[in-house]
Design a protein around this ligand. Structure first.
Ligand code: ZN
Length: 90
């Protein structure tokens, strides 16, 4: 039984295993020049980009909220355990 290892390898292949960002806040990511959170759903591979202002508009979300604290669920496959990353606007 090696699902965690396989899953980590899959995430790495998808370009963004990011335990690091799970423990960072919106403010930290913003300070480092990133413009949005990139969420990749592990079930179907759907990618969703969420700009900070959009996230900050959610109830209970502030600049010091950890990126891992968002309740994210894929509309397509229903998975709620997406891979988190951050992106800068090109
Ligand atoms: Zn999905």
């Amino acid at each position: 039984m090696l699902p965690p290892i396989i899953s980590v390898a899959m995430m790495a292949a998808m370009g963004g295993i990011d335990d690091f960002w799970r423990t960072r806040t919106i403010a930290e990511a913003e300070d480092q020049g990133y413009s949005h959170l990139r969420v990749t759903y592990s079930g179907c591979g759907r990618i969703s980009d969420l700009p900070w202002p959009l996230l900050l508009g959610r109830p209970g979300i502030a600049a010091n909220t950890f990126l891992s604290n968002f309740k994210l669920r894929c509309e397509k496959c229903g998975r709620n355990d997406p891979v988190l990353g951050v992106k800068k606007h090109a």
